[in-house]
Design a protein around this ligand. Sequence first.
Ligand SMILES: NC(=O)c1ccc[n+]([C@@H]2O[C@H](COP(=O)([O-])OP(=O)(O)OC[C@H]3O[C@@H](n4cnc5c(N)ncnc54)[C@H](O)[C@@H]3O)[C@@H](O)[C@H]2O)c1
Length: 357
Amino acid sequence: MRVLSKVLCCQETKAFIGRGALEKAAEEIPEKAKILLVRQDVLEPSPILKVFRNIVDEVVLKGGEEAKDIEVVLKIVERMHEAGIQRSDYVVAFGGGTLTDVTGFAASIYLRGVNFVAIPTTLLGMVDAAVGGKNAVNFKNVKNVLGTFYQPRIIVADTRFLDTLPQQEYVNGLAEVIKYGLALDKELYEFLRGNSEKILSRDEEALERVVERSIADKLFVVEQDVFDVKGIRIVLNFGHTVGHLIESLSGFSISHGKAVAVGMAYESLVSALMGLSSYDVHREIVEMLKMYGLPASLRDLGIELPRDPSTLKSVVARDKKAGWRGLTIPIVTEVGRWRSVTVDVDSYVEALVKCFG
Ligand SMILES: NC(=O)c1ccc[n+]([C@@H]2O[C@H](COP(=O)([O-])OP(=O)(O)OC[C@H]3O[C@@H](n4cnc5c(N)ncnc54)[C@H](O)[C@@H]3O)[C@@H](O)[C@H]2O)c1
């Protein structure tokens, strides 16, 4: 079991990682504090009920993007209100990335912020969604367009909860781990390259190392740019411009992890086509995705998307990295290194159309 701690903005966030993390983390919560639990319908809640004695109410949510709706946020808020939750009380989210996103949003707006504990139960949630304080829901078929920045007090990445996670969901989470390795962390990347069998079979030691390293990488970036205004946090968005486009245009039928995997492959190809990075980086990325059974193209996903520039442009122009200056994108220049570049949206879309073939 490992513990990481960072002061983000003005408050400490602690991440407890590995088997037994739940029990250790629960010690941080004052006995008298009330807890509202938001949990995933498919998960057995007994480990949570055992360690948190003062749960006053619970909301049960389905997984998937449908839960990322403002109505769901309001439902959680209503239950906080009915339960008389105060700022010194806690909201605990136990579930996948969609559930921690929506619950974090509700915790951030009720009373202008009540204590939030994230207990992610998917790999993607552990290494990414529950870390860094971005909470959001989708709106009018646009991804994450309503949201807040609000840091969890505690993140519990207890790997025991992955025991029931289907392999495909597990692999989806590895897309974000690969992202950290590619853009930020050569050592993690080498570990991924040399240990795919262990990682895919969820060897406990390898898994804990991968989760810890990913959380540490993300916290390192977030610490430097908590509110995503300095152009540093943008690196965490590598693969996400095209990833979000795939999610939106497929009506969210493609999982976030798979969309980001294909997004990394296409974004690296777009930057090679635009002369901003070498084709070697693209080849490297595709090889790594294949090693972990992740898709690297629309063909791998088995879907067709609109290819006309005007449709693609209308989606890319809504990307949060787009503005009147153009589209600012993170570019992986070599494994573990990146830089950001602002490009013209039309040129970007033109290159993307070529990638789609
Ligand atoms: N806030 C952020 O910074 C951030 C970062 C990355 C991703 N995200 C968001 O995270 C979401 C994706 O998260 P996700 O991949 O965890 O999807 P998800 O929350 O939909 O979970 C995937 C599926 O796994 C099920 N599940 C969850 N835990 C399980 C377990 N332990 N055993 C069995 N089944 C389980 C869920 O019911 C669901 O069907 C996206 O909406 C994405 O935008 C947010």
